[in-house]
Design a protein around this ligand. Structure first.
Ligand code: HEC
Ligand code: HEC
Ligand code: HEC
Ligand code: HEC
Ligand code: HEC
Ligand code: HEC
Ligand code: HEC
Length: 392
């Protein structure tokens, strides 16, 4: 399985992931990507990430661009690099043994609910973190290998096991980590039952589901047996812009390199929404009934809401994610006042063809028209279906 897919192909990818997955760019051994304490933004900047030389891209066919690592981009695009380092995208996937998680969680105990038992956490000699179910004689502990998510909302643990048919079996742990080092049931696991000792620790994921889980949270990765090879963790520059070796080579020769893969010039509204929607989900990723009923958890999937908003449909489909989000800048650092400016850039009296809010034409737009909707475990997402709501 190979997730080293060029960004321009992403558009086609969500239809034919497996087909493109065959494009084997089996890179040699790029160093494990940034893997440090998830709670410190600076921690994710591991210079070793830049050790992947352009020439290292192993069996990538001659003439095809190879991955160089984001540290190389930093040489010339310092600002984008520093902004990105603070974005959730730079913290989506961690090798737990390279974080301080074992130290932070050792000794904690959490109730997994009826039929599961009490989970205990232990730090191994080499800093590895283990989840334990002491009463479960057949499988009294399981190493925790990976943690997905920045921790802003949550981090969910993943353990890989080799399955009987040499395939990989993933275990998404029943207990996740929430802000403030709070351990509690993973969202979505509330009503699960366990049919095997392994499932007492969580849900098994395999095949396409496991591949996509790793795909959406990493830049490149290959699942081989119970390991991930050629791991470049997190959603880095080259996940969106494509492998950069050719761009870097031409930029080193000329101050005006030719346009690079999917730069500004060729990212139109459609392809940009496809790019973000490849991970943030498009309407195609939801079932017909979810699309019809738009249950509260649909707000997790921002493109789905945006695409049905009058702002998108009636603006000649000019509204895109980057109208309101610089793709390099974390939204957590953007003030509400700046968000309101985006609304007013269209809904302003000076723009005759647009409507003005009869209730409040200058503030409060987000709370009324894009409110944050509660999910389980204290997580909130803003509803990107921008509209006049029943309760307004
Ligand atoms: C390869 C998958 C992927 C792609 C492509 C992607 N995202 Fe994300 N995005 C994620 C993941 C995973 C997170 C969760 C990070 C976390 O755990 O906080 C995220 C989080 C975010 C956040 C919230 C975190 C923050 O710091 O602001 C914003 C905003 C965001 N993405 C916008 C975008 C936009 C805009 C695009 C397209 C230009 C995009 N994303 C493309 C996977 C992706
Ligand atoms: C289709 C792409 C995709 C797949 C598949 C996927 N994720 Fe994510 N994940 C995202 C995006 C995008 C976000 C950011 C949500 C947001 O902030 O809008 C995210 C956020 C998260 C978070 C942060 C907490 C939260 O609920 O927002 C965790 C934890 C997480 N994912 C774990 C996983 C695990 C574990 C798997 C596989 C078993 C998985 N994800 C599969 C795209 C994906
Ligand atoms: C989530 C996807 C995503 C990631 C990750 C990402 N970019 Fe971008 N980048 C974009 C998009 C989309 C645009 C076009 C934005 C626009 O049209 O305004 C862009 C534009 C650019 C531009 C040209 C405009 C500008 O902002 O200067 C540069 C340079 C750039 N990116 C560099 C980088 C570097 C370096 C990194 C990593 C540190 C990175 N990008 C990470 C999506 C991404
Ligand atoms: C040796 C310097 C150098 C390095 C290294 C470099 N770039 Fe650039 N890049 C440039 C120059 C010069 C331009 C053109 C002027 C500009 O837009 O800033 C450019 C332009 C871009 C653009 C604008 C879009 C376009 O069509 O030209 C993007 C996106 C971009 N670079 C991304 C990256 C990414 C991602 C990396 C790392 C893989 C990277 N660059 C590494 C020098 C460099
Ligand atoms: C690209 C321009 C654009 C931006 C940016 C924009 N809108 Fe709109 N919006 C429109 C258009 C076009 C309509 C259709 C009515 C009109 O012509 O004004 C609309 C309609 C609406 C409606 C009425 C929806 C309905 O179902 O009747 C609301 C409410 C709204 N916008 C709120 C917002 C808010 C809040 C923001 C900022 C978060 C925002 N808009 C940003 C273009 C935009
Ligand atoms: C009209 C403006 C607007 C557009 C267009 C827009 N967003 Fe947002 N987005 C917002 C606002 C406002 C927030 C809330 C920011 C905050 O936390 O205060 C937000 C928050 C987010 C978050 C953080 C999680 C959440 O839901 O609160 C993600 C992820 C995100 N947007 C992704 C996207 C993606 C992907 C697209 C394109 C499909 C997109 N947004 C288009 C205004 C917009
Ligand atoms: C206190 C809640 C509230 C706030 C704050 C608010 N709105 Fe509204 N907005 C409403 C309600 C309610 C309506 C429907 C009014 C009606 O139909 O009489 C509306 C209608 C609209 C419409 C449709 C107007 C039409 O004639 O179809 C737009 C566009 C809009 N708002 C944009 C905005 C923008 C932009 C902001 C921020 C500058 C904003 N709203 C702030 C509650 C609010």
């Amino acid at each position: 399985m190979n997730f080293a897919i060029r960004a321009p192909q992403l558009i086609a990818v969500f239809v034919t992931v497996t087909l493109l997955g065959l494009v084997t760019l089996a890179a040699t051994r790029p160093d494990d990507a940034a893997q440090t304490a998830p709670t410190t933004a600076a921690g994710v900047d591991n210079p070793r990430n830049g050790n992947m030389n352009a020439g290292d891209a192993g069996s990538s066919r001659a003439g095809e661009p190879a991955y160089v690592g984001r540290q190389v981009c930093a040489e010339c695009h310092r600002e984008n690099f520093e902004q990105h380092a603070k974005h959730g995208h730079a913290m989506t996937f961690f090798d737990v043994s390279k974080t301080d998680l074992a130290n932070r969680l050792a000794g904690k105990v959490v109730d997994g609910g009826e039929g599961f038992g009490s989970f205990h956490y232990r730090q191994g000699d080499d800093g590895q973190l283990f989840a334990q179910l002491p009463e479960l004689a057949e499988l009294s502990e399981l190493p925790i290998e990976y943690a997905l998510g920045s921790g802003h909302n949550a981090q969910t643990f993943l353990t890989l096991r080799e399955a009987a048919n040499a395939d990989c079996l993933g275990l998404e742990h029943r207990v996740s980590l929430y802000p403030g080092d709070r351990l509690a049931i993973t969202v979505g696991h509330e009503d699960k039952t366990a049919n095997s000792p392994l499932e007492r620790y969580g849900s098994t994921v395999y095949g396409e589901t496991l591949d996509r889980c790793v795909y959406c949270h990493t830049t490149t990765a290959q699942i081989n047996g119970n390991r991930i090879d050629n791991l470049v963790a997190n959603v880095n520059c080259e996940k969106c812009h494509g492998p950069g070796s050719e761009h870097v080579a031409s930029a080193r020769q000329s101050a005006t390199p030719p346009p690079y893969s999917v730069g500004k010039a060729d990212w139109d509204v459609e392809s940009e929404i496809q790019l973000c929607g490849d991970c943030h989900r498009l309407p195609q990723s939801l079932s017909k009934s979810e699309l019809r009923e738009y249950p509260d958890n649909s707000v997790r999937f921002q493109p789905v809401g945006l695409l049905r908003s009058a702002c998108y449909l009636k603006s000649g489909r000019q509204l895109r994610c980057s109208t309101c989000h610089d793709p390099h800048v974390s939204t957590h650092g953007v003030s509400t006042a700046e968000h309101i400016k985006n609304c007013i850039s269209c809904h302003d009296e000076s723009i005759e063809k647009h409507t003005i809010c009869p209730v409040n034409a200058s503030s409060g737009c987000i709370e009324c028209h894009m409110p944050a909707i509660d999910q389980k475990q204290g997580i909130k997402f803003h509803d990107h279906w921008i509209r006049v709501r029943d309760n307004d």
